[in-house]
Design a protein around this ligand. Structure first.
Ligand code: NAI
Length: 680
C-alpha cells in the first residue's frame, strides 16, 4: 500500500486476497474512542485506500473490550464555543462521507460495544457484521450526554432502518444486542464466534445487495408524514423529560421533521444542532455527570478476589434482593435467615428478577444455581464477604456478630447494610473491628445505581478497596462515605422530605409541592417519594437524624403512621393509590402559591445539608457529594449536582435566600457554618 506506517492509533494490513484490514487500537489504556487524532489518521488512511483501492476494506478493533465507544468525551468537554464545535463535527462528517464514498466494499467487524460515534462510523461502512454474544451492544446514546448523533448518524440510521425505529433508538439512547440489531436492520449479519470471520470476509469478497427498509418504513420519512410522526414523538418524549431541562431529544425531532428528506441539508443542520447543544448548559452538566460516573467507577478498580464468595444474612426486603443481585451478576451466594420460611419469599423475588433480566433459559437456571438458601449458615466459613442485612437493631446485630465472628475466614470482610447505626457502635464488640465496613444499598436494589461504602475509624483501607471492587463487580457505583449519622444520601435527602411534609401540612396540595420539585428537575416529587420509601421508614430515619442534629420531625408524619397510612405499600399515605399509582388531582389555583418560594424551601434545605456534609467531610470533596446525590437520588443531572448548582447560581445569592427564609420560617433555614469556608 502506498503510504508510510507510523500511525499511532491505526494499523493497516493487506492480506493475500488484497483485502485491507484496518485495526483501531487507540493508544492508552481506555477503550477505542474517536479523538481528533484518531479521526485525523483515519482521514489520511481513507485517502490512501481510495487511491490504491483494495478489493475490500474491513474495519476492526484491536482491543478486546469492544469496537468503538464513541467520540472522545474529553474533547466535547473542552469545546470553547459553538463555532469550535461546528468545525470539529463537520470535519468528522467529511471523513465519514469519504469512507462511505469509497468504491470498494467496506465492512465494520463489530465485537463488543459499538456505540455513539463508533456506530456512526460503522453506519458509514457498506456492511456491518456483528458477533452474537452478550457483550456486543449497539446504539446511539448521545442524548444521555445532552447532544444527539453528529457524524451523520441521524441521517444514516434513519435511511437504513426507517424513521420510527431509528428515532426510538436515538431518543431513548438505549443500546441493543446483536440479534436485535439484525432484526432492526442495523447490521447485515449477527453470527456466533465460529462464523464471525467467514461472514466478515464474505461481505468483503462477495458483497450482497444492500438492504433497504420496507416500503412503508420509507414512507414515514415523507414530507407530509413527518410532522405527524414528529408530533407523536414529541408527546412521547414529553412524558419523560422537559425541553427546558433536556433540549437534545427535542432538537433531534425538530431536525428530522424539518430536514429529514434532504440528506445533505440534514448533515449540515445535524452539525449545527449538535454544536449548539454541546456548548449549552444541559450538555455541559451531563458531560460532567459522565466524568463523575467515571470517577466512581475508578474508585472500584483495585482488585479484590476475582469471584468473591458472598454470604448474606437476613433474607428480608434488602438482604433477599442483594443476594439475588449478586447471583445475577455471576457471584456465588449463600443466603441465611432464621428459618427457611423467611428465605422462600426472597427466592420467589429472585425468580422474577432473573426471568425479567435473563432471556436465555440455561443462563437463568445457572443464576438460580448460584443462589443457595442456607438456613444453617454453612456458607459462612467459606465466604470472602459476609453481608449482614438483618433488622435495624444494635443489640440484635451485635449478638449476631458475636456468634459469627469466630467462624469467619481470616481475611473475610464483614459488610453491614445498616442505614443508621454508626459502624463504631457495631464494631465495639468485634475482636477484629478493622474487618467491618458499611455497604449501604438503596431500595430497590435492582434499580439504584449507587452503593455507599462506609468507612469507620477502625476500618482497614484494604477492606474498603476490596468492598469498592465488589460494588463494581455488581455493576454499581461505589461512593466512599465516612461513618456518621444517616451517611450521605439519606442525611441530605431528609430535610428536603421533611420540608415537603411541612408544606403539605400548611395546606399546599401535594401535587403542587411535587410539581415544583419535578419542574426543578427531580425525578419524582418529594411527597410521592416519601410514600414510595414508606412513611414509617421516613419517620424512623427522620427521628434518628433529628436526634443527632437537633431538628424537628413534622407532627403530620407521626399522624400518618398512627393512622396506618404508610404510603404506596398500604394503599394510602400522602396520596391514595390505585393499582399502585398515586391518584393525582389537578391542582387548581396553582398560580396562587408562591412557587419560587416553595422551590427554595425544598431545594435550599437539601443544599444547606449538602454544605454541612462537606464541612464535616462526610465525603471527601464537592464532586463526590454531587455524584452521590445524582446517582443515589436522581438529583437533576442536567444541573450537575447540588453543589454545582450553587456554583452556577452564585454562593452569595443562595446564602442570601437562606437568610431570608430563616427570617420568615425560622432557624431550620440558617445557613450552615460551612458556607463561610465553601470554595467551589
Ligand atoms: P426486613 O425486616 O425486611 O428483613 C430483615 C430480615 O432479617 C428478616 O427476614 C429477619 O427474619 C432476618 N433476621 C433477623 N434477625 C436475624 C438473625 N439473627 N439471623 C438471621 N436473620 C435474621 O428488613 P430490611 O428492610 O431488609 O432491612 C435490613 C437492613 O437493611 C437494616 O439494617 C436496614 O436498616 C437496612 N436497609 C433497609 C432499607 C430499606 O429500604 N428497607 C434500605 C437500606 C438499608
Amino acid at each position: 500500500m502506498g503510504f508510510e506506517p507510523g500511525f499511532k492509533h491505526w494499523r493497516l494490513e493487506i492480506d493475500a486476497s488484497n483485502i485491507a484490514n484496518l485495526h483501531l487500537d487507540k493508544q492508552g489504556p481506555g477503550p477505542n474512542v474517536l479523538s481528533s487524532e484518531v479521526l485525523g489518521e483515519l482521514d489520511v488512511i481513507i485517502g490512501a485506500i481510495g487511491e490504491s483501492l483494495p478489493r475490500g476494506l474491513i474495519i476492526r478493533s484491536a482491543k478486546p473490550s469492544g469496537f468503538i465507544a464513541g467520540a472522545d468525551v474529553k474533547e466535547i468537554a473542552t469545546l470553547r464555543d459553538s463555532e469550535d464545535a461546528l468545525a470539529l463535527i463537520r470535519r468528522g462528517q467529511t471523513i465519514f462521507d469519504r469512507l462511505e464514498g469509497l468504491a470498494c466494499p467496506t465492512v465494520a467487524a463489530i465485537r463488543g460495544f459499538c456505540v455513539g460515534g463508533g456506530l456512526e462510523l460503522a453506519l458509514a461502512c457498506r456492511y456491518r457484521v456483528a458477533l452474537d454474544e452478550p457483550a456486543t451492544r449497539l446504539g446511539l446514546p448521545e442524548v444521555l450526554l445532552g447532544i444527539h448523533p453528529g457524524f451523520g448518524g441521524t441521517m444514516r440510521l434513519t435511511r437504513l432502518i426507517g424513521a420510527p425505529a431509528a428515532m426510538d433508538l436515538m431518543l431513548s439512547g438505549r443500546t441493543v444486542d446483536a440479534r436485535t440489531a439484525k432484526k432492526l436492520g442495523i447490521v447485515d449479519a449477527a453470527v456466533p464466534e465460529r462464523h464471525f470471520e467467514s461472514a466478515i470476509i464474505a461481505h468483503a469478497l462477495t458483497p450482497p445487495p444492500i438492504k433497504t427498509p420496507k416500503y412503508f418504513l420509507q414512507l414515514a420519512n415523507a414530507k407530509l408524514l413527518r410532522p405527524w410522526l414528529a408530533r407523536y414523538l414529541r408527546a412521547q418524549v414529553r412524558k419523560r423529560v422537559r425541553a427546558n431541562h433536556y433540549p437534545a431529544p427535542y432538537a433531534l425531532i425538530d431536525l428530522w421533521e424539518r430536514h429529514g428528506g434532504d440528506p445533505a441539508q440534514t448533515l449540515l443542520e445535524e452539525a449545527r444542532s449538535v454544536a449548539r447543544l454541546a456548548t449549552g448548559p444541559s450538555a455541559r452538566n451531563l458531560v460532567r455527570v459522565f466524568f463523575l460516573q467515571e470517577r466512581l467507577k475508578g474508585l472500584g478498580r483495585k482488585q479484590g478476589p476475582a469471584q468473591p464468595k458472598i454470604h448474606v444474612i437476613g433474607a428480608g426486603v434488602m438482604g433477599g434482593d442483594i443476594a439475588a443481585w449478586c447471583a445475577l451478576r455471576g457471584l456465588h451466594v449463600t443466603l441465611q435467615d432464621r428459618g427457611a420460611q423467611y428465605i422462600a419469599p426472597a427466592l420467589r423475588r429472585a425468580h422474577d428478577l432473573f426471568s425479567k433480566r435473563i432471556r436465555d433459559r440455561r443462563l437463568r437456571r445457572a443464576a438460580f444455581d448460584r443462589l443457595v438458601p442456607d438456613h444453617d449458615g454453612l456458607g459462612l466459613p467459606h465466604a470472602d464477604v459476609v453481608i449482614e442485612a438483618i433488622v435495624e437493631d444494635v443489640k440484635i446485630k451485635q449478638a449476631l456478630y458475636e456468634t459469627i465472628e469466630p467462624r469467619l475466614k481470616a481475611d473475610a470482610i464483614l459488610a453491614t447494610n445498616t442505614s443508621s447505626i454508626p459502624l463504631e457502635t457495631l464494631a465495639a464488640i468485634l475482636k477484629r473491628p478493622e474487618r467491618l465496613v458499611g455497604l449501604h444499598f438503596f431500595n430497590p436494589v435492582a434499580k439504584m445505581q449507587l452503593i455507599e461504602v462506609i468507612d469507620a475509624p477502625a476500618t482497614d483501607p484494604e477492606c474498603l478497596a476490596k468492598t469498592a471492587a465488589l460494588v463494581r463487580a455488581l455493576d454499581r457505583l461505589p461512593l466512599p462515605v465516612k461513618s456518621s449519622p444517616g451517611f450521605l444520601v439519606n442525611r441530605v435527602l431528609m430535610p428536603y422530605l421533611m420540608e415537603a411534609i411541612v408544606l403539605w401540612s400548611e395546606g399546599i396540595p401535594p401535587e403542587v409541592v411535587d410539581d415544583v420539585a419535578t419542574e426543578f428537575g427531580m425525578p419524582m416529587g418529594p411527597l410521592e417519594l416519601a410514600d414510595t420509601v414508606g412513611i414509617d421508614i421516613c419517620l424512623s430515619v427522620g427521628q434518628i437524624l433529628a436526634g443527632h442534629f437537633k431538628s424537628e420531625v413534622p407532627g403530620q408524619l407521626r399522624n400518618l403512621v398512627s393512622q396506618g397510612h404508610l404510603g404506596r405499600k398500604s394503599g394510602k399515605g400522602i396520596y391514595t393509590y390505585r393499582k399502585g399509582k398515586p391518584v393525582r388531582r389537578r391542582a387548581r389555583g396553582k398560580d396562587s402559591y408562591d412557587l419560587d418560594e416553595i422551590c427554595d424551601r425544598l431545594m435550599l434545605r437539601l443544599i444547606n445539608e449538602s454544605v454541612a456534609c462537606l464541612r464535616e467531610r462526610v465525603v471527601e470533596d464537592a464532586d463526590l457529594l454531587d455524584a452521590g446525590m445524582i446517582f443515589g437520588t436522581g438529583f437533576a443531572p442536567f444541573r450537575g449536582g447540588p453543589l454545582h448548582y450553587v456554583e452556577d447560581t452564585g454562593k452569595e445569592a443562595i446564602e442570601g435566600r437562606l437568610e431570608a427564609l430563616t427570617t420568615r420560617f425560622g432557624p431550620r433555614f440558617s445557613p450552615d457554618p460551612g458556607w463561610t469556608t465553601l470554595t467551589l
